[in-house]
Every structure is written in C-alpha cells, then in structure tokens.
Design a protein around this ligand. Sequence first.
Ligand code: SME
Length: 167
Amino acid sequence: MSFASIPLTGSKPEQYAQLLAQAEALLDGETDRIANAANLSALVYHALPDLNWVGFYFYDGTELVVGPFQGLPACVRIPLDKGVCGAAARTRTTQRVADVHAFPGHIACDSASRSELVVPLVVPLAEGDALVGVFDLDSPVPDRFDVEDQAGLEAIAAAFLRSLRPA
Ligand code: SME
C-alpha cells in the first residue's frame, strides 16, 4: 500500500482524522523510535501543504538533539533555553508561532521558515513526567498553523508516544 497516494479529503478535522489513521497504520506493531519518527516525518511532510521542515528532536538529558526529519539539514543541538523547540521542551506546552521573526531567540535553521508549531513529547510516569523530545513543523507561510492544525498534530504526536510502548 502506498501512503503517499491516499489524498486527505473533507474538512480540516476530517483530514487530520484520516492522517491519524494513516499514522497509526504506519506505526502499528513497531516500537523503535527512530523508525517511527522517520516514517511519521515523511508521512506528515508529504501529506500536508506548505511545510518546509517536519521532524523530531530528542532530549538527551541535557539538550535537544536532532532526530529523523524531512527538509533541509537542521541545527544539531538546541539548548532548552533557546528557540521555539527549547521553549516547547522547557514549558512542556505546544508552541504555535505565527511569525517566527517575532519570537525572541528563534533559531533560523532554514531562512525560509516563517511560522512554526512545536509539540512537546512528554511521557507521564509515576515518578514524574519524562521529556522524550519535541515534534517540530516549520512553514514558509506566515501564520500557517491554526488551532485545528495544533489539535491534529498533537494527536499525531500522541500516537508516536503510544507507539514507543511495548504492546
Ligand atoms: N526554528 C527552531 C529550530 C529548529 S529548526 O527550525 C528545524 C527553533 O527556533 O527552535
């Protein structure tokens, strides 16, 4: 089956429901985080319009380190006090930035990026929440991401985290 050949149709929430189903099918039965991050990056990058970077940064206990992605080569390490990705990881809340040039400390890995959505990847544990990393999407279009994009992409990030747990 070819995932790239299945177009998304209907309203934006309907399209995100279809994309989530495709993501879950793609991740089904696999717990390797590199494999799942790589395939999710490719799925989302090709399914959604107006994106120039989609990918993962993983937390190594000190800073964020680039993982699988689609787009131009990116900054390798991002401290938690830097950029939109650092803010998402530090505050553990999704950062939806309409104009990256107005975001203090934004890191311009690709000068084409104008707006950005970064979802923190956090696993709840009895001993406290564990930061896995962030799911980062960049767009060359200002204000590319609305609340429906945020909800849809948070659901895909949650599917990624679920996939890491052994069945
Ligand atoms: N713009 C991001 C850096 C990561 S790249 O865009 C891939 C930031 O400010 O955190």
